[in-house]
Ligand binder design. Sequence first.
Ligand code: GLV
Ligand code: MN
Ligand code: MN
Length: 422
Amino acid sequence: MTVAVLREDSVAAAASVDQQRLWDRLAAMAKIGAIPGQGVNRPALSPEDIESRALLLSWARTLGLAVSVDAIGNLFLRRAGLDPSAPPVMTGSHMDTQPKGGRFDGIYGVLAGLEALEAMDAAGVRTRAPIEVVAWTNEEGGRFPPCTMGSMVFAGARTVEDFAEVHDNAGIRLADALAQTLAATPDAARRPVAGPVAAYVEAHIEQGPLLESAALQVGAVTGIQGMRWFNVEVSGESAHAGTAPVSLRRDALREAVAMIAALRELTADPSDVTRFTVGRMLVTPNSPNSVPSHVLFSVDIRHPDRATIARLGEAVEPTCRAHARACTVTVTPTLHDDPTDFDPAIVGLVEAASGALGLPSMRLPSGASHDAMYLSRLCPTGMIFVPCERGVSHNEAENALPSDLAAGARVLAATLAELANR
Ligand code: GLV
Ligand code: MN
Ligand code: MN
């Protein structure tokens, strides 16, 4: 029994979502970059990323979707609409993972989008506007910081050139890895970065515990908290660990540790809303018996309140400087995302579609960042969350139920069909 808030063909599209097909595709993708413990390591612009792109394109071709790629490597799979001049409705997410990532973060949104299109085919649903499934490049930023790079470039917030010289931990330039990735899909038509978008809806696992605790299969996401990223580079001087008097050392790691302790104090929050993470540290020369001459560490701070994230972000550089004694320090901001509110009309549509399909939902904000954040600068945007086990993510053990993943894909199919028939 469905409520009459949806068009009949939107309901038909949702009903044609095939849980097993979606699950099988997720399993096939999980083999690319598989690591022990059911995890996946598929860094952006790596050979594994290239392999996952090839697999996605093989499915897209079977479905007769038109394939194109832009200069940052965002991949677009287009299902034609009845009005070819109408701006597309977009959906998607990312195929790259964290180094110790799981089988669902990102790839679920891409494959749920593909499933929605295949379900429309199966149900004979035509839409006025075209629908495009997008695999955004380098959402994770684990190999080439910062995160959400592909959608950021698409939204015009930065350019490809801005990121050309970003290096991974092995010293490989982003520009070189990107050129290799683009060369691997020679038959994808090149398209300009950007272009009009009618609306964007992204499906994702929640990566938190709220839906599971509430025993709900669907979350209508209201927005994304603000985030600031920095690279902090501390420079001192290498010396012999046995001979150099401690009082005379310019130990970059010792000072980096003091800076991190001070940043922890800065971000201490009894209400446990502020998120502060140092997740990456490169120590040079990284030898037990040499005093470290150089340390690079990352800072990731998040908060839902605009003024708070602004205040904390502004305090990072002075806090680090205050703890640079014998060493010098350089603080480089690498990401500045203000909190994002999604379009109330899209949040409402996700909620209504979910209810109409007999899937009770809740509204919830996103603690994690997503490509939807940058798309929201271009068009009405929203997200659909599904539960994941114990909220665990950025972890090999990340897990989700086939039935929950299919429920999210059903809501996505109906929402896309509605939006593309406006
Ligand atoms: C994306 O994975 C994030 O860091 O929120
Ligand atoms: Mn993700
Ligand atoms: Mn992630």
